[in-house]
Design a protein around this ligand. Structure first.
Ligand code: TXA
Ligand code: MG
Length: 345
């Protein structure tokens, strides 16, 4: 199958293909999604097949407005309106109890709940409106690889397997949406996956919010099925460097003593100090967690294509957006973190 690259002037054609049961990747503010008609079971099955995704991992249903959700959910939890008013369109996925028989178990992974999100991208909103159906939209990567933040990343993983890609340039946020479960027994919303909408921001709107236990102690099984799988992993091993230039310096010397070719993922401030020491550099520019998050997956993908043996990636403090950044980076690194005085001594 030829994978067509659609410009944003060709949304009508892309929407027609969705209606015919084809798969079209779409842009969002977080990462690119792999779109299919959520009401077409065959199309949804194809999404799992082309991604190589485990079948017990449910999908997010993307809508063009809140009204669309009301077709599938009857009882909304009390905080729904406040959250939708505050954060939609935007990087917040909300989990509701769903009316039985509306979506196939292929969408729900056999759960009684469904995750909904209204992405903040006008082209994708137009695509959903024109297709006139809700779209499933997992990240448009091969399962286990870093999520795609450009149309080129999608093409790299899925060309020949999907009908098309709607290109709207690089995504702004760089990591997937915050997933918030509103179906808990005690009524306190739970963050199942950290994203750009932070716990603090949510608490300003709804009062108390908790983090799923697995985000606090690694021993607990995550409640969002997708969080238990290996994720975001380049083929080259990744180590997180939790410290400043002195820790990078130690890590680099250690790797060089083992004849390892090194790739660096860090800000300009760090990378500029080591430009002659390493084989490959991907700088995310300004030394902020926003910049690091925006370019994390692009950086891991780019370094993975170079001739290196190890990637050293910069840590950020685990607060606010740093929770989402470190959550993805730790998975990419298989939890390998180097601090000063650790293994180089
Ligand atoms: O930003 C995003 O959310 C992107 C863009 C494309 O919208 N989409 C995305 O989808 O990240 P995906 O399929 O890669 O991740 C969906 C996550 C998985 O961890 C899945 O287990 C969880 O949401 N999830 C979906 N439905 C759920 C449900 N009913 N209960 C608990 N977790 C659910
Ligand atoms: Mg994903």
């Amino acid at each position: 199958m030829e994978t067509k690259q659609f410009t944003t002037d060709e949304i009508g054609e892309a929407a027609e293909l969705i209606r015919q049961g084809e798969l079209i990747a779409f842009p969002t503010e977080t990462v690119y999604g792999l779109g299919a008609n959520a009401l077409d079971e065959q199309a949804v099955k194809q999404v799992y097949t082309v991604k190589g995704r485990p079948s017990d991992n449910p999908l997010i249903v993307h809508v063009s407005d809140f009204e669309m959700v009301t077709h599938y959910v009857t009882d909304f939890p009390k905080h729904t309106k406040a959250l939708v008013d505050a954060f939609w369109p935007g990087p917040l996925t909300l989990i509701f109890d769903v009316k039985p028989t509306t979506f196939s178990t292929t969408v729900t992974g056999g759960l009684n709940t469904v995750a909904f999100r209204m992405p903040n991208n006008l082209k994708t909103i137009e695509l959903i409106k024109e297709a006139n159906v809700p779209l499933v939209g997992p990240s448009a990567n091969t399962s286990g690889k870093p999520s795609p933040t450009t149309a080129k990343h999608v093409y790299h993983d899925l060309h020949g397997k999907i009908a098309g890609i709607l290109d709207d340039g690089p995504t702004q946020i760089g990591v997937e949406s915050t997933v918030l479960d509103l179906t808990t027994k005690n009524g306190v919303p739970v963050v199942l996956r950290p994203g750009a909408i932070t716990k603090e921001q949510l608490e300003q709107v709804v009062g108390k919010v908790t983090l799923d236990q697995h985000l606090i102690t690694e021993k607990e099984a995550p409640k969002a099925p997708g969080m238990k799988y290996k994720h975001y992993s380049p083929d080259v091993p990744v180590w997180i460097i939790d410290g400043d230039k002195d820790v990078f310096d130690k890590a680099i010397n250690w790797a060089k003593s083992k004849n390892q070719r090194i790739g660096l993922f860090a800000s300009d401030r760090i990378t500029s100090a080591f430009s002659t020491e390493v084989t490959a550099i991907f700088s995310f520019g300004e030394d902020t967690v926003e910049q690091g998050t925006k370019l994390l997956f692009a950086g891991l993908r780019s370094l993975d294509e170079q001739n290196i043996d190890v990637i050293f990636a910069q840590a950020f403090p685990e607060s606010e957006l740093g929770i989402a950044y470190m959550n993805r980076l730790k998975k990419a690194a298989n939890q390998k973190i180097l601090k000063i005085d650790s293994i180089f001594e």
